[in-house]
Every structure is written in C-alpha cells, then in structure tokens.
Design a protein around this ligand. Structure first.
Ligand code: HEM
Length: 329
C-alpha cells in the first residue's frame, strides 16, 4: 500500500481516507509551558510522524513505509492560556442533555491521533510518540484505541450497530470545513448498547436510522449515495424518513446546510463498554452542539447510547515540506 505523505498544507488525519487501526492520545502540558516549549513538543511529535510516514523510523519491528495518517490538535484551555492564533470558534462544548462524561477520558492540552493499517503498527508508533512527547515534558492524560471492520476499497465501513457510517460526508476539501488550513475537532466517546439494538426487528432499526441496513440507502432512495429526502411523506402524512430518525435529526438541512466531516472508529474496551469514537471536523463546534441537542432529545438511537467522554481541539495546519507542525505559533 502507498505511503501517505506527512507534509502538506493540511494534516493527513483529516484529508486522507480512514485507516482501520487508530489511537488517540491526549497529553497535558506543565502549567508553565510557554509557546517555545509547545513548539519544541510539536517538533518532537512531527519528527516521529514524518519518519513513520516515510518509513524512516528506526525500529526493527517495522518494515517499509506503512501508510500512516495523523493529526495534532490543541485544546481550548491551552490555546487561551498561550493566546494562540486559534479560530475564534474554538471553545469547550456546553453541558449537553444526557451527557455522562468521565473527565479522565476527555479533554487535554494536546490531542494526537495516529492511524495505520494494523494495530501492531499503530501501537509501535504510539510508543515512539509517547517517548518523544514525554521527554519534552508532556504527560499522558488518556488514550483510546479504535478500529474499523475489514472493508473493501471504496466502500463505507460499518459501525457496531451494523450500519454503514460515513455515507453522507462532505468532501474533506470542502472550504466550509476549514479555517485556512486548520479546522476544529469534536471528539465524543459514545457507548452503544449493541445487543439491545440488535434485538430490534430489522425494520425498526431501519426506521430509527432512516436508512436501509443492507445497502445503506436512505428510506427515500434505492442506492447508498442517493440524497435523503427528509421532506417526503407517506399518503397518511407521516414522513418516510421518520421524525425521530437519526438521518432526519442530523440532516444539514435543519442547520441551513452547514456540514461536518465525520470520521468514526469503533472501540471495544470491555464487554459492556463498546461503541463509537465519534470524530467530527467542522468550522464551528456550535454546529455539533445544535445537532447533538436535537439527537439527545428526540433521536430513536438515543435510548441505546451514552456519551461518556468529550473533547474539542484546534486541528493545526499541516507541516510544510521540510517543516514541522506548529511552526507558526
Ligand atoms: C449519519 C450512525 C452519532 C451526526 C449517520 C448514519 C449512521 C450514523 C449509520 C447514516 C450514514 C451516514 O451518512 O454516515 C451514528 C451512530 C452514532 C452517531 C451509531 C452514535 C453511536 C452521531 C452524533 C452526531 C451525528 C453524536 C452529531 C452530533 C450525523 C450526521 C449524519 C449522520 C451529521 C449525516 C446526516 C446526513 O447528511 O444525511 N450516523 N451516528 N451522529 N450522523 Fe450519526
């Protein structure tokens, strides 16, 4: 498989297709960290990521240049403390209905994500990233492993409810997602009661989602990429894509067309703690808040879900050729 370049105007973790084995790391920095110390830390992380992407990481356990995507993002508290030139939209999320957040699994000064084709490779890169960043003064706040099922090229991976997830995404290059070459990440760790959902009859699951289980097509269409028509009605006046379905309540049409780029991975930490690592890239986390408020109140999926951790962060512009992340800070 082809290597993914580390350098570029925008970070590969947003631009490139999702690789199946991912790791999220949240680091905290000492209270006296200044901009220079942050730049040193980001340079250390960049060095590992650039070498990994080019197959030049000195590690006997790795061969070749395994495809690697990554991103580095800065939490709102650190951005404020250091008066960094973050987008003005960068802010913590308000408390949302139904939240059951564990602070030990969320937030953080610096969020790193590294994804490869194999848990083995992702684990080794994680070791190197942690060694380099803790040597530069950071401490690990939390980490989270995620995965995707084996998915043929060009097809949409399924989540633990068994539905295709990521169909209606915008093009990652869509200018509406970006602040110059940076963007904002919203992360939510969402526990899913997969057994209870699987016990529903297929048609109930499809009505809850607003899409077909097998093809991923919207209930108003026949093919996966048909546009969901949230206004189509049955002769009795009810909506074909039901009023409480996930696809209706998350539809960009209810937000004046504003969109987010979703990048979900599944996680499986214990038999009773499995679900979705929901990552969304967007210009303004207020969009997430509006959508999630509707979902928490009315979505037919909500009884099967619990949001257990949360983070927001400024995804830095990419590293220019020969340069490192965070150079302009
Ligand atoms: C669409 C699953 C949580 C926002 C979808 C689709 C599935 C899905 C299967 C349809 C296929 C697709 O277009 O990707 C889930 C599951 C969740 C979850 C299982 C929880 C475990 C969320 C959350 C948000 C969200 C928390 C945002 C607050 C969206 C959006 C769409 C979508 C914006 C696309 C709507 C459209 O343009 O038609 N989700 N989702 N989802 N979801 Fe979720």
């Amino acid at each position: 498989p082809a290597a993914v370049p580390f350098h570029g105007a925008r970070q590969s973790g947003v631009l490139h297709r999702q690789l199946p084995a991912t790791r999220l790391l949240a680091l905290d920095l000492p209270a006296d960290t200044d901009r220079a110390a942050l730049r040193t830390l980001l340079a250390a992380a960049s060095d590992v990521l650039a070498r990994a992407a080019a197959g030049r990481l000195a590690d006997q356990r790795l061969t070749g240049a395994p495809p690697t995507t990554s991103l580095a993002a800065i939490g709102p508290a650190l951005a404020t403390r250091l008066r960094l030139p973050a987008p003005e939209t960068l802010a913590e999320l308000p408390a949302l209905p139904g939240d059951r957040l564990d602070p030990a699994r969320g937030d953080g000064d610096l969020l790193l994500q590294v994804s490869t084709e194999q848990p083995w490779t992702t684990g080794i890169l994680t070791e190197h990233l942690l060694t380099a960043t803790t040597a530069a003064g950071a401490t690990l706040r939390w980490q989270q492993t995620g995965f995707l099922p084996p998915t043929p090229d060009g097809q949409t991976p399924r989540n633990l409810f068994g539905f295709k997830d990521g169909t209606a995404n915008p093009d990652p290059a869509d200018p509406d997602l970006w602040h110059q070459d940076g963007t904002v990440l919203v992360y939510r760790r969402i526990r899913m009661d997969t057994a209870a959902f699987a016990a529903l009859p297929t048609d109930s699951r499809e009505l809850a989602m607003g899409r077909r289980h097998d093809t991923g097509a919207p209930l108003t269409g026949t093919a996966e990429h048909d546009d969901p028509d949230i206004y189509a009605k049955h002769p009795d006046g009810s909506y074909v894509i039901p009023a409480t379905s996930h696809v209706r309540l998350s539809s960009p049409r209810l937000d004046g067309g504003t969109r987010m780029l979703r990048r979900g991975w599944s996680y499986d930490d214990t038999p009773t703690d499995r679900g979705l690592l929901f990552l969304a890239f967007l210009r303004d986390p207020a969009l997430f808040t509006r959508v999630q408020t509707r979902l928490a109140e009315r979505d037919a999926l909500t009884p099967f879900l619990a949001h257990t951790a949360s983070a927001v962060a400024w995804v830095l512009p990419g590293a220019r050729e020969g340069g490192v992340l965070g150079e302009g800070l």
